[in-house]
Design a binder for this molecule. Structure first.
Ligand code: GDP
Ligand code: MG
Length: 177
């Protein structure tokens, strides 16, 4: 409970979006609490977690929202996106379809969110390299074309999770801070 009594300079709302089972909840659990659960249940109810950190001598509270099992197209409500300054667009790099759906998640995000929102494309489950269905070049090309930051992560092995969230938060800080 390190943030008890702490002065907060900024609160940044970040939303996680992408198909069901790509690892959104586990990425959040890994970043916020350094936890991972192999048989995580589908998320029930709107939920967010916070993590307080220091960027450039400022205290930043990241408020990270996780979808409430509303991953069907158009089921995520506009309240979810409201006020978001950052987004992580997550696919499972062993599931081609979850990557192919990124375009419409992006369209939905851009339809709801602030035009200055910072977006990071995340290819999760990079620990399952032998089952890879999305070449890194395809993702890089999509990210470049759409002006997104991009990283591959593993919530299971903790690869790039901290780096991905911190990069996103620092980019947001450059814009908002
Ligand atoms: P969500 O529906 O997008 O929130 O997905 P979850 O976070 O609930 O994860 C779905 C399933 O994928 C769970 O069984 C997780 O344990 C598993 N999972 C999540 N991240 C990873 C990862 O980085 N590597 C592997 N191998 N499995 C993962
Ligand atoms: Mg979930």
């Amino acid at each position: 409970y390190g943030d008890y009594n702490q002065k907060i300079d900024y609160v940044f709302k970040i939303v996680l979006i992408g198909d069901s089972a790509v690892g959104k909840s586990q990425l959040l659990a890994r970043f916020a609490r350094n936890e991972f659960n192999l048989d995580s249940k589908a998320t029930i109810g709107v939920e967010f977690q916070t993590k307080t950190l220091i960027i450039d001598n400022k205290t930043v509270k990241a408020q990270i929202w996780d979808t409430a099992g509303q991953e069907r197209y158009r089921a995520v409500t506009s309240a979810y996106y409201r006020g978001a300054v950052g987004a992580m667009l997550v696919y499972d790099l062993t599931k081609r379809q979850s990557f192919d759906h990124m375009a419409r998640w992006l369209e939905e995000l851009r339809g709801h969110a602030d035009k200055n929102i910072v977006i990071m494309l995340i290819g999760n489950k990079c620990d399952l390299g032998s089952l890879r269905a999305v070449p890194i070049e395809d993702a890089q090309e999509f990210a470049e074309r759409e002006n997104l930051f991009f990283m591959e992560t593993s919530a299971l092995e903790s690869t790039n999770v901290e780096t991905a969230f911190m990069s996103l938060l620092k980019e947001i800080y450059q814009i908002v801070g």
